[in-house]
Design a protein around this ligand. Sequence first.
Ligand SMILES: [Zn+2]
Length: 238
Amino acid sequence: MSYDTLVVTAHPDDAETQMGGTLAKLADAGGRVLLVDLTDGEPTEFAEHGARARQAAEAARILGVERLPLGGRDRLLVDDLEARIEVASLIREHRPRWIYTIGEACVHPDHVAAASIARAATFLARLGQWERVEDAEQLAGQEQWAVDRLFFPHCKMEPPWSEFAFAVDVTAVYERKRQALAAYGSIFQPEGDRLLALYEAEDRYFGRMLGTGYAEIFRSASPLLLDDPSVILPAVHG
Ligand SMILES: [Zn+2]
């Protein structure tokens, strides 16, 4: 099985929160997208153990993407040798063109670990000579793989960004993002949830600033390179 896009995050709901609209657009365009949840996201505030996994599967179905829970421990995720090799091996197995992961994180320690694991794994996946490295047998048997791009959606637990590399207009699919987040009844209230309101406010703010309804913002590991500059959408003030 191969995927065009891997999204590596700490918890089920991180990918949907940060880039749910973009996920829907990638899937609608025929892309094969795999969400990799490094932890199980348990325990939750409003439901028994196991509910979040079912809700995460439903959210993925709504967006048209697939999901792979790796089963790490929520709250206690650490960046270690085992995690780096597991994710690097996944990258080699699925050979994605694009990886999205948390870029900068300070607030939630699992997000800090996830950002570090994903960046390290992306780099390790492209290296050879693993048969000469102790404890790395898993990578020694796989072909090297270098992704095209490493992108970072904005984690909404972090302070707002004033600068980012690009934004995706998600106005047309925003209702799907709402539905995907609403699937997580174990962590969000059905009515008037404070976090959901915050998430939507950010998407709306950047959308309005860019002259559309809703937008999701991204940073990039490297400067963007365009073959055709005419594909960039117009801005409010040029
Ligand atoms: Zn999270």
